[in-house]
Design a protein. Structure first.
Length: 371
């Protein structure tokens, strides 16, 4: 009986009529000029992430959304994901690095943070969730809930991030979206199986109902964040040979403009930088000259080393750094390490007490040309 009540036509966005969807219709982010962006209230901004088990369709759905809302053309959408920018991502067809893209959805500015699904890059998921108002939990309707589904859902709960659930790849002949919806509700990831979205990035079925559901679930209340002293959270950074460090920042309070003198609260307390360029990510760079609270965008300030813009650090106006507290930091990135098993060729380099003689060990390694 319940399964029968859950069945609905593919492509019908659950909970939203076609007329209601018109308010979210397409207008490219590049058409948002500086005046319109300045007038956009903070309660009209939403930041969310798509999380799922590896190969459950995160990047495909993100790409379909970018195409739908005019960020990329249909030609650009062919082939590898527009959010996969690293060589290894395009070569292997996986997402390693979290990438941000902002979309104009009706009267809302929606910031999407794409995340990897592979267990080896779980720290990227945790870092992304720390900056989000909510997350879309995606489950392959032909595979069902898998290990990483549980892990990323647990990470979202630990971060206090609410979830909207969706069954993906409903176009596959082996898909059972109803069963997935029931499983999600049974695990309390969804309050009701009827709330689970059914989508297919390949065919486009149900995709037009994703953003209305995201906005309805994660929209923020009105507040005075724009009037507070400027604080920005550093989400990521990369080095560009022509412009130096290009940092991805989330403006938490206040506003940031080109020409502002800025400082990092985690820095030496003396160094200042001048903002040279600011803008939104589409995921290409769309220069706006400023960013307000609720925006996620890129910043160029003549930094020469990515360590100057550490992930999780707080950026503020240089004149206000002595009186501001840091934004709650994002979870730290895992530290890279190299593990090796080294066995002594001769038991004589072990001391009588059972411990290694470091001098003897070094001499032995040198004699065998290991160092």
């Amino acid at each position: 009986m319940m399964r029968a009540s859950l069945r609905r036509a593919a492509g019908a966005p659950h909970g939203f009529s076609r007329a209601a969807l018109q308010q979210y219709r397409l207008s490219s982010i590049t058409s948002l000029d500086e005046t319109a962006l300045a007038r956009l209230p903070v309660e009209r901004t939403v930041t969310f992430s798509i999380v799922a088990h590896v190969d459950h369709g995160k990047s495909s759905l993100a790409q379909r959304l970018l195409e739908m809302y005019g960020n990329i053309s249909a030609t650009d959408a062919v082939g590898q994901s527009a959010l996969d920018t690293l060589d290894v991502e395009r070569e292997r067809g996986i997402t390693v690095k979290a990438v941000t893209a902002s979309m104009l959805v009706g009267e809302y500015l929606v910031n999407l943070v794409d995340t990897p699904g592979h267990a080896d890059f779980a720290h990227e998921v945790r870092r992304s969730l720390g900056a989000c108002d909510g997350a879309l939990l995606l489950v392959d309707a032909s595979q069902g809930i898998e290990a990483q589904t549980l892990k990323v859902a647990a990470a979202a709960r630990a971060a206090g991030v609410p979830l909207v659930c969706a069954a993906s790849k409903i176009d596959l002949p082996t898909a059972d979206a109803v069963e997935v919806a029931l499983e999600l509700a049974a695990l309390e990831f969804a309050d009701d199986p009827e709330d689970v979205l059914y989508v297919s990035a390949k065919s486009g079925d149900g995709v037009d109902g994703v953003m209305p559901a995201i906005i309805d679930a994660f929209k923020q209340p009105a507040d005075d964040r724009r009037a507070r002293p400027t604080r920005c959270r550093v989400l990521d950074g990369r080095y560009d040979v022509t412009r130096g460090v290009v940092a991805v920042v989330q403006v938490v309070d206040g506003a940031l403009q080109e020409g502002d003198r800025i400082a990092f609260l985690g820095g030496d307390g003396k160094t200042e930088h001048t903002v040279q360029e600011l803008g939104l990510l589409t995921p290409s760079h769309h220069r706006t000259g400023f960013l307000n609270a609720g925006c996620v965008g890129y910043l160029v300030a003549g930094l020469r080393d990515v360590r100057q813009a550490r992930v999780g650090d707080t950026l503020c106006l240089a004149s206000e750094r002595d009186r501001l507290e840091p934004v709650d930091p994002l979870p730290p990135a895992t530290q890279p390490g190299l593990f090796a098993s080294v066995f002594p060729p001769d038991g004589g380099i072990v001391s009588e007490s059972g411990g290694r003689s470091h001098a003897a060990y070094a001499d032995e390694l040198h004699a065998h040309r290991y160092v």
